[in-house]
Design a protein around this ligand. Structure first.
Ligand code: AGP
Length: 615
């Protein structure tokens, strides 16, 4: 997610800004920039670059940075790929106004068209540059001060924003505004620190105001803070004391990024559906694939290619597309696909799933499939990543930066995208009736709330982990939609706790793995299935008959399995095809707690990288 930091006061701004950018790095980003106004010389210094904050810092070394007002930004690209031009801050046409922005202006295209019609030109592909041009256009045409121009512009904007704006001609005032994206203002003896979260502020002051949605702050050095709503209503600033320590803030108050990202899933799954799923209208729209939707609907075959956790999401995708849209699907490990001389035709739809969008094998698989004429649909979390750029079309998961090496929120976001694709195509093909479509969309819309409910089991799951932390092997069993969940649960455990774990289709246990079962072998069974429930019960009995220990993921209220299991975790009832979005959560938490109890480095497990950009 983008990071924002601003300063106005009596000290040099640059040290506060660059230090603030370093503090905001944990949010994940792909470019950074800074703008400082020097009143004495009446000069604006604006530096920005793709890449790390350290690269920006190096680029600025030896350059002019003197000034006591400035803004700085780390960009997590949404509109426009990561490069120097698209990096923030952005200036208005006259060069007088400068802005940084965290969020998405959904109606930036019509606004941009209108501004171009009025003679404005644009350097970047960003929605942010449209906003600063709009503010300038309003200020010039209506002869307004900066606050009024920002207020008027924000009344025309649809979307989410946290912005900081200042004007060269008025270099003692910062205007801050927010809607859906956070902004916090710290105050200390006549100076102000503004940021996306308290991380860059807490070392200077603990007196902060959290801006509320549709509020605008007028921030002047050596003066009281003024806050108004975008409807021009005065608001009294409510200052509160920051309790948190700096180190805690870098992980949003969580001990590890992985735990933070597990708990972000109600939000990240909501974000993934935002602007795409409309439960009131009963509609799904995936703009990123609209040009290829008919081709996908008519496809004779869909190939899904990925690695690791993304491959497990792809396996859920196979069940989704075959069950809901009746399209044959083959799921391939990218590393195998690219070297086995696969049969590919121009009729094939190839969906490539990748959180980082940089996995070398997946990228190579795309190149091979593309060379044979297939259509490539990308599902990535990183905007502007190589895989997203190499695809013909696709959908970003918008899960926000995933910093923990073990993928969690990206998985549920990937499955959410695949679910929306399968539902949309199933409806277009008529394999899903209108009434069922409404019902499924309504239930999918409930999933973030139901994930929140599952997260309440966190303490119970810690107790289960306490019991098994010294186990050397685990078996994960699931049927149907839960088979990929069993695989994903096993991968989570082995990659962060270093315990050997295997995922298996539950019925396959009889064909070998049952030989492993004894009192030392805990077996995690995802037992929520409706269609094959009795058969899963049989599998549980087979394990118990050999003294195996059962940890069951069950549908809330399932008294039968409660009786049979040594431990159980309940998840809310939902449609069978939506269970992976809920059943995976307890397995993420189980692996997290096991790893912590074993003293493992959860966020940077040994031997693993967040993105495998080499073969
Ligand atoms: C999952 O927890 C691992 N970090 C790993 O398997 C990962 O899913 C795999 O490397 C694929 O990465 P990608 O989604 O960025 O392509």
């Amino acid at each position: 997610m983008c990071g924002i930091i601003g300063y106005v006061g009596n000290k040099q701004a640059y040290p506060v800004l660059i230090n603030g950018l370093y503090r905001l790095e944990y949010r994940g980003y792909d470019s950074a920039g800074v703008a400082i106004m020097n009143e004495e010389e009446n000069e604006l210094f604006l530096y920005k670059s793709q890449g790390k904050v350290s690269q920006l810092d190096a680029k600025i070394t030896g350059k002019k940075t003197a000034g006591t007002i400035g803004i700085a930004h780390t960009r997590w690209a949404t509109h426009g790929e990561p490069n120097d031009i698209n990096a923030h801050p952005h200036s208005s046409q006259s060069g007088d106004l400068v802005i940084i922005h965290n969020g998405i202006i959904e109606n930036y295209i019509p606004l941009k068209k209108e501004l171009i019609g009025r003679g404005y030109s644009f350097k970047s592909d960003t929605d942010t540059e449209v906003l600063i041009q709009l503010i300038e256009d309003i200020q010039l045409n209506e002869n307004l001060d900066l606050f009024e121009a920002v207020r008027s512009a924000l009344n025309q904007v649809i979307g989410a924003y946290a912005i900081l704006v200042f004007s060269r001609s008025n270099p003692d005032t910062l205007i801050a505004a927010r809607k859906s994206s956070p902004l916090v203002i710290g105050k200390k003896m006549g100076e102000y620190f503004i940021a996306s979260d308290p991380t860059p502020i807490v070392e200077y002051t603990k007196d902060v105001v959290y801006l509320n949605d549709e509020e605008i702050a007028i921030i002047k050095r050596n003066q009281d803070l003024r806050i108004k709503t975008i409807r021009n209503k005065d608001k009294t600033p409510y200052f509160e004391k920051l309790e948190m320590s700096l180190s805690a803030l870098e992980k949003g108050g969580y001990d590890h990024f992985m735990l933070k990202e597990i708990f972000e899933q109600p939000h990240s799954v909501s974000n993934c559906m935002r602007g795409r799923l409309d439960p009131r209208k009963g509609s799904i729209s995936l703009g990123g694939i609209s040009d290829y939707l008919q081709k996908m609907t008519n496809a004779d075959r869909i190939l899904i290619i990925a690695c690791g956790t993304s491959w497990h999401a792809g396996l859920v995708g196979e069940y989704l597309f075959e069950d809901l849209a009746r399209i044959p699907v083959e799921v391939e490990y990218a590393s195998e696909f690219r070297y086995r001389n696969p049969v590919i035709s121009e009729n094939d739809i190839v969906i490539v799933i990748s959180q980082s969008g940089e996995t070398a094998d997946s990228l190579a698989a795309i190149k091979l499939a593309k060379s044979k004429g297939a259509t490539i649909i990308g599902i990535c979390n990183v905007v502007g990543s190589s895989i997203s750029r190499a695809s013909h079309a696709g959908s970003y998961t918008h899960a926000g930066p995933e910093i923990g090496v073990a993928s969690t929120k990206a998985f549920t976001a990937q499955v959410t995208i695949l679910t929306m694709m399968a539902l949309l195509i199933g409806r277009k093909k008529g394999t899903i009736t209108r009434s069922k479509y409404f019902q499924y969309i309504h239930e999918l819309n409930q999933i973030p709330k139901k994930i929140k409910h599952v997260l309440k089991s966190n303490d119970d799951i810690w107790k289960i982990a306490e019991n098994y932390k010294n186990t050397r092997n685990f078996l994960y069993l699931g049927r149907g939609y839960n088979f990929p969940v069993a695989l994903e649960g096993a991968l989570k455990l082995k990659e962060i706790s270093y315990i050997h774990a295997e995922g298996y289709p539950a019925a396959e246990m009889k064909h070998g793995p049952i030989a492993l079962i004894d009192e030392e072998m805990p077996v995690v069974v995802i037992a929520t299935n409706k269609g094959t429930y009795e058969k899963v019960i049989t599998n549980i009995m087979e394990v118990k008959a050999r003294k195996g220990k059962i940890i069951a993921i069950i549908t809330k209220g399932d008294e039968t399995v409660k009786e049979l299991a040594d431990y159980y975790i309940e998840i809310p009832e939902t449609e069978e095809f939506l269970v992976p979005l809920l059943a995976t959560i307890p397995l993420q938490l189980l692996s997290y707690h096991m790893a912590i109890l074993r003293g493992c480095n959860v966020d940077q497990p040994r031997n693993l990288a967040k993105s495998v950009t080499v073969e």
